[in-house]
Design a protein around this ligand. Structure first.
Ligand code: IPD
Ligand code: CA
Ligand code: CA
Length: 265
């Protein structure tokens, strides 16, 4: 295992342990909305602090892009961190949440770790070295088309997002496939595509920390990663489509058709 990936794994497991120590108390705290929000924020913040501590213990100069602390440092190595992806699930004790850590070197995504502390499933990948789940090699699915495929997605939830445009895509994809799942943690959705549990996935308006690790996983598992318009980088636009090569093509085509037919508002 690459030394940087090794540090990322240690950091993800440590943050995962911290998150799980709070898991049984979530119900209690949900009664008090404000406290609950504070509590979750505290879990997010302390998980991120713990990850950064791990990184800086080994590499004090490395730069950070963390959901909770933002961008800091100036280095060719940037750690892109979502300390708790799937906060809403966590709040409901719906066990689909994860720690996500991606590592970019000179602007290129090199390593990724996604760790579900509830199931203790650990997804790892390094560019050129393949992707693994708990140390065993994983590959994207062999589905040939959308027919019979299981597709993951995330719903738009911010006010400025085009919900109607999304629903039009959703409606067509739902009718063309065996099913669409919205599990609520984008990093795990991407990991599931890498593991062949989902044949494809798309979401609009994601942040770099939702995607960085998952993108490395999907690519290294033999999948394709693209941006909704067919051009550009999802790490910049936040609009991502992934899948095994055949499903990626079909899914991307369907989405692009909707983007093209979108009427000006
Ligand atoms: C969210 C989850 C969710 C996705 C949202 C993300 P968070 O991350 O990944 O699945 O639909 O777009 O913001 O806020 O739980 O870290
Ligand atoms: Ca997230
Ligand atoms: Ca988060």
């Amino acid at each position: 295992m690459h030394p940087l990936l090794n540090i990322a794994v240690g950091a993800a497991r440590s943050a995962g342990n911290l998150i799980m120590r709070h898991y049984d108390r979530v119900d209690e705290l949900r009664v008090h909305t404000k406290q609950r929000n504070d509590f979750v924020t505290e879990v997010d913040r302390s998980a991120e602090a713990r990850i950064i501590e791990h990184i800086h213990r080994a590499n004090p100069n490395h730069a950070i892009l963390g959901e909770e602390t933002g961008a800091s440092g100036d280095d060719e190595v940037v750690w892109i961190i979502d300390p708790l992806d799937g906060t809403t699930n966590f709040l409901h004790q719906f066990p689909q949440f994860a720690v996500s850590i991606g590592i970019q070197v000179r602007g290129k995504l090199e390593h990724g770790v996604v760790y579900n502390p509830y199931s203790q499933e650990l997804y790892t990948a390094s560019r050129g070295a393949g992707a693994a789940l708990d140390g065993r090699r994983i590959r994207v699915s062999r589905a040939n088309s959308l027919e019979g495929a299981l597709i993951g997605t995330g719903f738009p939830f911010r006010d400025d997002q085009d919900v109607d445009g999304y629903i039009a895509m959703f409606s067509e994809i739902m009718r063309k496939t065996a099913g669409v799942r919205r599990a609520g943690a984008a990093a795990l959705d991407l990991a599931f595509v890498a593991a062949g549990r989902l044949d494809g996935f798309w979401e609009l308006g994601l942040k770099p920390w939702d995607m960085a690790a998952g993108i490395v996983l999907v690519r290294e598992a033999g999948g394709m990663v693209g941006e909704m318009s067919g051009r550009g980088d999802p790490m910049n636009s936040g609009n991502i489509v992934v899948g095994n090569p055949k499903v990626y093509e079909a899914l991307g085509g369907t989405i692009m058709r909707h983007l093209r037919t979108k009427k000006p508002s």
